[in-house]
Design a protein around this ligand. Structure first.
Ligand SMILES: Nc1ncnc2c1ncn2[C@@H]1O[C@H](COP(=O)(O)OP(=O)(O)OP(=O)(O)O)[C@@H](O)[C@H]1O
Length: 241
């Protein structure tokens, strides 16, 4: 379970995230929505312990992100931006293995897990080929595997399908669903209403750093007299401008 408690981040005079408080359940696929600059990435970066909150905190699997960031890092898998830092000359396996070693995993344990995961995600044909030769979607899948090599309970993905084609995005969606089946908690940010409608158990819409609505897509649509989710989104972030 993840609990945000008055989570706040200021960059100078700009309040990027403004006292966010809500809970995300274990095994949930949770969407973070908002316009450009709403504070999604900043929220995810704080949860990932990459940024220190100005005030407030979050508890991830019983650990306070401000007090035990090292321990939190072991529980989370993170993906910020596509193709982030894959070594072109190394194979997919070597790229993933490197991360496993950083997480203090043993080589044989890493091998077993890569074999298992690459089979599950249909990557056997290219797992031992250099990452530099891969398409965007293939690279993205390597990044995903890298993010879960250490078996994290919680996954934090910032716009995971940004710039992917339809079939690669679908693979990522299937991947996220599989992670949920394995009992992981997934939080991701997105600008795609259809993606969020397809995948998320619940969503939070944030605007100018503040929470404006929280709930399942159906609950939110009902609350706004059955309008499309896209219309509700535009109305919410438009009204509070
Ligand atoms: N390192 C930083 N220094 C100063 N201001 C920042 C920094 N990072 C983010 N901001 C500001 O914080 C606010 C929230 O930015 P953030 O990147 O979290 O938004 P976002 O919802 O992820 O946007 P997008 O959808 O465009 O990625 C914006 O006003 C942004 O300019």
């Amino acid at each position: 379970m993840i609990e945000l408690i008055e989570l706040t981040k200021d960059f100078g005079k700009v309040r990027a995230v403004d006292r966010l408080s809500f809970t995300i359940n274990k095994g949930e696929i949770f969407g973070l929505l908002g316009e450009n600059g709403a504070g999604k990435t900043t929220t995810l970066r704080m949860l990932a312990t990459m940024l220190k909150p100005t005030s407030g905190t979050a508890i991830i699997s019983g650990l306070d992100i401000t007090k035990e960031p090292e321990k939190v890092r072991r529980k989370i898998g993170i993906l910020f931006g596509s193709e982030s830092g894959l070594y072109a000359r190394l194979t997919a396996r070597e790229n993933i293995e490197y991360f496993g070693l950083l997480h203090d995993m043993k080589k044989d344990e890493i091998k077993k897990r890569i074999d298992e995961l690459s089979e599950r995600f249909g990557m056997q044909d290219y797992i031992d080929k250099p990452a530099g030769t891969f398409s965007k979607g293939m690279k993205q899948k390597v990044c995903f595997l890298r993010s879960i090599i250490h078996n994290p309970e919680v996954m934090l993905f910032d716009e995971p399908t940004n710039s992917l084609d339809v079939s690669s995005a679908k693979e990522v969606h299937d991947f996220i669903r599989l992670c949920k089946q394995e009992g992981r908690t997934i939080i991701f940010s997105s600008h795609s209403m259809s993606e969020v409608e397809k995948l998320c158990d619940r969503v939070a819409i944030i605007h100018k750093g503040k929470l404006v609505v929280l709930g399942s897509i159906d609950e939110i649509k009902q609350r706004f007299s059955g309008h499309s989710f896209e219309d509700v989104f535009i109305r919410l972030v438009g009204d509070s401008k």
